[in-house]
Design a binder for this molecule. Structure first.
Ligand code: COA
Length: 167
């Protein structure tokens, strides 16, 4: 059975519970630390939580990335990290958050979203491997979603510094 959570924008007072969700989902603090750095650096253009009565069950962040086209750069978006508390997984919460976030990005006129993750999962949202995009993460797990048909087909995707610091 799918659970339909309340998806809303992250608030400042959510931070400790967001950390807890990410630490539980990823069984470690790397993604929670990354998120704190991205948030502190103003790198997140959108961050959503999935709220259940009295708790936060999931979190998704969309950092600002840059697409280097050689003669110019254009702003694009990342999808990372996304996590759902282990007890809430496989109930539709991750999908609901991702779909809500992608809808908001499209409404804002964003053109391209990049994700690193399991193709079997991200395919359902329309992500696919597009060979034209260069990135340190390029390969079978590096996928792209075009939100507008005229978005570029190639370029080098540049991530904000907290990603590079991951090593
Ligand atoms: C990945 C994650 C965010 C998905 O959220 P979720 O709420 O559990 O997923 P949903 O309920 O929306 O979707 C469930 C579907 O996704 C599939 N799925 C979940 N994680 C998957 C994975 N890593 N690879 C492939 N499929 C996956 C399930 O099999 C299920 O498929 P079905 O709909 O065909 O039955 C969540 O499982 C999670 O936090 N995992 C640990 C952290 C993580 O790996 N984050 C993603 C890093 S890219």
């Amino acid at each position: 059975m799918s659970y339909v959570p309340a998806i809303r924008q992250e608030r400042a007072d959510d931070t400790p519970r967001v950390r807890a969700v990410l630490e539980a989902a990823f069984a470690g603090s790397t993604e929670a630390d990354l998120t704190d750095k991205l948030r502190a650096g103003g790198d997140l253009i959108l961050a959503l939580v999935a709220e259940l009565p009295g708790s936060i069950a999931g979190y998704v962040a969309f950092p600002r990335l840059t697409l280097d086209l050689g003669d110019r750069s254009v702003p694009v978006v990342g999808l990372a990290p996304v996590g759902v508390s282990p007890s809430g997984q496989r109930q539709g919460i991750g999908s609901a958050m991702i779909r809500a976030g992608l809808g908001r990005l499209k409404d804002r006129g964003e053109g391209l979203v990049f994700v690193l993750g399991e193709p079997d999962y991200y395919r359902r949202f329309g992500f696919e491997v597009m060979a034209g995009f260069a990135s340190p993460y390029a390969g079978p797990y590096f996928q792209t979603l075009k939100l507008v048909p005229h978005a570029p087909d190639s370029g080098t995707v540049v991530y904000p510094k907290p990603f590079a610091d991951l090593g």
